[in-house]
Design a protein around this ligand. Structure first.
Ligand SMILES: C[S@@+](CC[C@H](N)C(=O)[O-])C[C@H]1O[C@@H](n2cnc3c(N)ncnc32)[C@H](O)[C@@H]1O
Length: 287
């Protein structure tokens, strides 16, 4: 496997994914009952934006860097506060001039936003990445870091005993057939836990693969399936991400409206053309 998230940490795709995760966790915390986060492809949890990898691509500068430099409308700022809390936790020395030294990955966002009663399961198969994540989660009795195949976890770890929670599925998308695998994984996991929140991230690069994926999910007739997409280029780019999306099953009822506010504010900041395109809507027409 070649994929290393350290090259991409904090880019526009990470911002979208982590803001969505932070809003879901904020909603789940409205009730006292414990929830569980299952992060099937967890990554290292914390990324050094001054590392060789991050500096080589510079992707974070047009992602989290651009967001921190922007003057956003107050209603968008308010909704971004939980994600910003994770950024602050990743940068205990403070963030100067909108330049963070570290960027929190999904397990750290979940760790920061979760309460004492909540639980977190992180699967990561790359030994070096997993060791880094173990270090980030060290001393937190709520969290387990497992050397388990995330695709197996997706089916095997649901429903959790808390019966509330979210499964984040964020694979590297470097193997053929990963869209189909994602759709199949969702169908199986949703069959076992129809009430769970499932958040699936996907790249928008090969538009035919994305269309086929959306059709496959729609065909599965899973109710309450929200589609969230952000394009950062006006025209499709052959060699790079044009955008990215998320499918969220059983989203908090507040999520679609919140994301319209957030993404309409973030799209011009994150987009290469200064505009960007946002789509937030139900996959099944009856919703
Ligand atoms: C896109 S990154 C995850 C980023 C992370 N979710 C975040 O938002 O910070 C994908 C991760 O999945 C790991 N991975 C690849 N195949 C896996 C598998 N079958 N099971 C679990 N982890 C896997 C990779 O090593 C990589 O760290």
């Amino acid at each position: 496997m070649n994929y290393r998230h350290a090259f991409h940490a904090g880019n526009f795709a990470d911002v979208l994914k982590h803001v969505v995760l932070a809003r879901i966790l904020t909603y789940l915390a409205r009730k006292d009952g414990a929830y569980r986060v299952i992060d099937t492809h967890a990554g290292a949890g914390l990324y050094d934006l001054w590392s060789d990898e991050a500096q080589r691509t510079g992707e974070w500068e047009a992602g989290v860097g651009a967001v921190l430099r922007a003057a956003l409308p107050p209603e968008a700022e308010a909704l971004l506060a939980p994600w910003r809390a994770a950024l602050d936790a990743a940068n205990p020395q403070g963030i100067t001039d909108g330049l963070p030294r570290h960027y929190p990955g999904s397990p750290l966002v979940a760790k920061v936003l979760s309460r004492p009663q909540d639980r977190l399961v992180c699967c990561e198969t790359e030994p070096g990445v997993r060791s880094a994540l173990v270090e980030v989660m060290k001393g937190d009795a709520r969290a387990k870091v497992l050397p388990v195949d995330g695709w197996q976890a997706l089916a095997a770890y649901v429903p959790p005993k808390e019966r509330r929670g979210v499964v984040l599925v964020d694979p590297p998308f470097e193997q053929a057939g990963e869209f189909h695998r994602l759709a199949e994984g969702l169908k199986t996991a949703h069959g076992r836990w129809p009430g769970g929140v499932f958040a699936l991230w996907y790249p928008i690069k090969d538009i035919r693969a994305v269309d086929a994926f959306r059709r496959e999910i729609a065909h599965a007739q899973i109710p309450k399936t929200l589609r969230i997409e952000l394009d950062i280029y006006a025209t499709r780019q052959a060699d790079r991400l044009s955008g990215c999306g998320m499918i969220v099953v059983n989203p908090p009822f507040t999520l679609a409206d919140e994301l319209r506010v957030i993404l309409n504010a973030l799209a011009p900041v994150l987009a290469a053309d200064g505009k960007g395109r946002v789509r937030v809507g139900w996959l099944m027409p009856e919703h």
